[in-house]
Structures are given as C-alpha cells and as structure tokens.
Design a protein around this ligand. Structure first.
Ligand SMILES: *Cc1c(COP(=O)(O)O)cnc(C)c1O
Ligand SMILES: *[C@@H]1O[C@H](CO)[C@@H](O)[C@H](O)[C@H]1NC(C)=O
Length: 536
C-alpha cells in the first residue's frame, strides 16, 4: 500500500544520513548501528530493547540530533510528495476558484484527471470488491434520484428513511437477530465501529464506570484504537495465538476488570483473515456482563451466506446470546459503492447510547443517530439498490465463487515451498510468511508485475484479499503462477542485501521509538492534500 511505500522511502532516506554523523557521538554509535541492523525483529520487550528505546528517545532531545532529523524529514517529505504527485504532475493545479466553466468543460477535465488511474482491478488485494458493470450502472442510475436527499430530514425524504430501515432490517435478519435487533447505517466500517465504541462507553458511564476500557485483540481493526483515541477510552490489547492467529482467550479473560466496557472479536480480522473464537468471547461477555462487539466489516456479506454456499462456519452472530453488536460493510462484500456500512445492536438499550441529543440548542432540539449531521441519502439508496439487485441468491453465489477461489489459492499456497500460511483462514483473506527469505521481497517482486499485496507486520507477512474480481477465469491461476515464479527467483538469486520495501519493512518494525513512525505518517497525510510547489 502507498503509505507503507512512502514511509519506506522516508525511512530509507532518514537513516542514510545518520550513520557517519552519528559515529561522532561515540556513546550513541553502537546503538544506532543496532537500530539500522534489523536482524532482531521478534524479540520480546527485553532489557536490550528497552535500552534501545531509551537511547533513541533521548538522542532526539539533543538539539543537533533534532536538527539533523528535521533536515532529513524535509528532504524526505519532498521526495514523498513528488512520488504521490507524479501521476497528476501534468494536470496543472487549480489554486483559487476559476472563472465559471461549462458543464462540458468540467466533465472533460474530470475525464482527463481520471485517465491518471491505471490499476488493473483483478490484480488488487481487496479495495474493489466487485465493481461490475451491472452494479456500476445500477448505482449511477439510482444516484441522481437521491443526490439531494438527506436522512436528517425524514419528512422531506421519506423514501430514504424507508430504505435505511429496510437495509438495517435485512441485515438484522442476515445475522439472525430478532424483532428487538436494531441499528443504523453509517458512512463506512470505521464509523460503524466508532458508534459501537461510543455506545458502550456511554453505557458503561451510565453504569458508573469512571474510565471505560475496551478489551480488543491486537488483530482487530485499527478503527478501535482510533475510536478509543477520539472517545478518551482506555484500550487493552490482547495478543494473538501465534499458531492460530486467533485472540489468546486466556489473556482476554485476564484483562477483564471493573473498568472493561466492551469485548471485541473479529469475523474475520483484516491482517490474516482469521475468525476469532466468537462463541467463547460471547460466553465471557455473558459471564462478566460485558457487551461484545463482533467486527464483521470485512466479512459481513460473506459469512452469513457461507453455510448456504457449502462452507459452514461456527456461530458468529446474534444466535450467540452474549453478542450485543455487529458491524458489517455494505461497501465491501456488500458490493455497494463506497460510503456505507451498517451497525447493529441486540436491542435499543445499546442503540440509545449511540445516539447524540442536544436538547437545549437554540437551533432546535437536535438529535442524530451517528457521527454526521447531514447524511448522504444517495449512499443509502445505492446500498439498498445493490442489496436488492444481488438478493440472497446473488450473495450466496458470489460467496461460493469467492470462497471457492480462495480455497483453491490456499491449497496451492500450502503446496508451495519456502512460504507458509498464517493460521487457517476460512474466509477470503490469506496471509503468508516465509522462514527462508524476507517475505517483503515477494510483495516487491509481485508489485513489479502489477499485483498489489498488503504488507503486514508483527510478524512479517503479506496478505491477499480475494474478491469477485479474482473469480474470473484464469486470474487465480495467473496469480499463483506469477507468485511461484517470484518465489523461485528469490530463492535462486537471493539478493545480497535487502532493498526497497524488503529493507524498509524490516527497518520499520525494528525501530523501537514508534513516535518516529507516527511523525512520518503525519508527513504522508500532509502530502496527500498537497499541490505541486504549494510549500504547505
Ligand atoms: C475494512 C475494515 C474495517 C474498516 O472499514 P472502513 O470502511 O475502511 O472504515 C473494519 N474492520 C475490518 C475487519 C475491516 O476489514
Ligand atoms: C438488551 O439486552 C441486554 C442484554 O444484552 C439486557 O440487559 C437489556 O435489558 C435489554 N434491553 C431491552 C430493551 O430489551
């Protein structure tokens, strides 16, 4: 992914300038060499690691070191911006409102912008889950009918109000809820997760818990930590079992205390595509009277159909008594265009804590169910239309094809030498690692052939997220063939030293001071909204 690549370029450069200069600091010299060598990736937080952290953190307090870092940052930031802007370099940039143009002119310009995108969708990992011509046509026909609609005004737009209710109800049924099950539509998975965290924070506060803490597997989506950050909640991260890649239940149980406001399990999680032990987490929730959220953002429109598609799973939904909420993304395997997701609760007790009400506002009594005020009615209408178009049979068929393709790829990967699969993925994501070579060399090699794979860390691995695009004839075969060729190449001609992503990922994981990584990510985000030469 781009962020990884960009941070990579950054790190690469940052550390380039360090070594000769740091050598003059005799006391720090040894430490810096240690930082630059990344052969000690998976050590626990030993005295050694803590010492490294300490030295690095304090080295950054020395003004000369700080200046040096800041200089390198500036140079690296420029490089990063150049890389991000390269595809649109020739478009010029609009910096102030222009003289008005005709609609034809604007459309022609948009077309020119669009031509800078060239990715082959069948070579992506996730990102575009269907994007079929039929669904594109349906969504773009629905859009103009609802472009101005806003669920904030249900009296003006009763149609969209009704559609949202139907989408929520269809999802409640998919996840085996009853007549009490309820929920909302949101703008995406992150907002769905955010709303669940907000609901459980306020539910805990109402029960007298002073500083609510969420108990979350490390493999759960980053949106949980992000929500905790926004909502001033505590987080206890629970390690995964290194063999199954499921959450370590014993550690989860031990982490529960009087401040725990929610337990989380994923079905499946993003990194390795593994479904946590939802049944056991649900039981923990019941035993300790703590709500349980099941994050099914990724798999929410696959796993409910897997039994009918011939791939039965253990229970993961409202049939488990302890499960109090489920998030599912209509804009992933629901195949709707981007901008919609669903959050469901066992009953209104939880949903009410999601709501926000401002009773005394001079603008009126203001009540809204989710983050947004005005909401995009057209997103709701698009999701609704795609769900009706697909129908249950359509989703079962799509699930069958997607899982069939994934299982075929999984079996072939199992047979390949020099790589191994992390855990036993049952849905649509497969992560691989290697004991024989730096696995990021493999994503580098595949990316040179146009295939996008996701780089994972802790442990070093990469994954592919299989979508409807990969089920087309020949795509899986081509993927496997090119992957095997890349592995063979790497094994036959092992690089003397790692370059590109391979070097960078090792380095990024070995830097003990994570604030450096955060600062680089800020610069990356800055670059995402920069124009050429804007000096911002
Ligand atoms: C994608 C994803 C999310 C977040 O969804 P967004 O729509 O990107 O905000 C949450 N959880 C899992 C498991 C996901 O794969
Ligand atoms: C909702 O479910 C919880 C248990 O998960 C229960 O304690 C609560 O009373 C229920 N509320 C309603 C309105 O049924």
């Amino acid at each position: 992914m781009l962020l990884d690549k960009v941070i990579g370029g950054y790190l690469d450069h940052l550390f380039e300038g360090w070594e000769p200069w740091m050598i003059s600091l005799a006391s720090s010299c040894a430490t810096v060499i240690l930082i630059i060598s990344y052969n000690f990736l998976f050590q626990d937080e030993s005295l050694f690691l803590r010492a490294k952290k300490f030295v690095l953190r304090n080295a950054r307090r020395i003004p000369a070191v700080r200046n040096k870092i800041s200089q390198e940052f500036d140079v690296s930031k420029k490089r990063m911006e150049n890389e991000l802007m390269a595809p649109t370099r020739n478009l010029g940039s609009i910096r102030a409102l222009p003289q008005s143009r005709s609609a034809e002119e604007v459309l022609a310009l948009a077309k020119k912008y669009k031509e800078t995108e060239s990715a082959d969708w069948s070579k992506l990992s996730g990102a575009i889950y269907s994007g079929s011509d039929e669904i594109t046509k349906l969504s773009t026909s629905i859009y103009p009918m609802f472009a101005w609609s806003n669920p904030l005004h249900p009296d003006v737009f009763p149609s969209v109000r009704h559609m949202e209710s139907e989408v929520v109800r269809m999802c409640c049924t998919m996840f085996n809820g009853d007549e009490k099950t309820c929920g909302s539509m949101t703008s995406g998975g992150t907002e769905s997760i955010f709303m669940a965290c907000k609901a459980y924070r306020d539910y805990a506060l109402a029960r007298g818990i002073k500083k609510p803490v969420m108990v979350v597997p490390v493999t759960a989506h980053a949106a949980f930590e992000k929500s905790a950050d926004y909502l001033c909640m505590g987080v206890r991260k629970i390690p995964m079992d290194s063999t199954t890649c499921q959450v370590n239940l014993r550690a989860m149980k031990k982490a529960i205390d009087g401040r725990t406001c929610m337990l989380v399990g994923s079905a499946p999680h993003f990194p390795h595509g593994i479904i946590d032990q939802i049944g056991e987490i649900s039981a923990l929730g019941l035993k300790y009277k703590i709500p349980v959220h099941v994050d099914s953002c990724l798999g929410g429109f696959l796993i409910p159909f897997m039994e009918k598609a011939g791939y039965p799973l253990e229970l993961f939904d409202f049939r488990l008594e302890g499960v109090t909420s489920i998030s599912a993304d209509t804009h992933k395997y629901g195949y709707a265009p981007k901008g919609s997701s669903v959050i469901l609760y066992r009953n209104h007790t939880y949903l009410h804590h999601q709501y926000s009400v401002t009773p005394d506002w001079p603008g009126g009594i203001y009540a809204s169910p989710t983050m947004s005020g005005s909401r995009v009615g057209a997103s709701i209408a698009s999701a609704w239309s795609v769900m009706l178009y697909m129908g249950e049979d359509g989703y079962v068929k799509a699930t069958k094809e997607t899982i069939e393709t994934t299982r075929k790829i999984k079996e072939a990967l199992k047979k390949m030498k020099n790589i191994y699969i992390l855990g036993d993925p049952l849905v649509s994501v497969i992560a691989v690692g290697s004991k024989d070579f730096n696995v990021y060399l493999l994503s580098d090699a595949m990316s040179a052939r146009g295939w996008h794979l996701n780089a994972l860390q802790f442990p070093s691995s990469i994954h592919v997220c299989i979508t409807k695009r990969h089920t087309k004839p020949g795509v899986a075969e081509k993927f496997l063939q090119e992957l095997q060729e890349c592995i063979t190449n790497i094994m036959e001609n092992p690089p003397k030293e790692d370059t590109g992503m391979a070097a960078i990922y090792g380095l990024a994981q070995s830097i003990p001071d994570r604030t450096i990584i955060s600062e680089m990510a800020w610069a990356y985000l800055d670059s995402c909204v920069a124009l050429p030469g804007s000096g911002s």
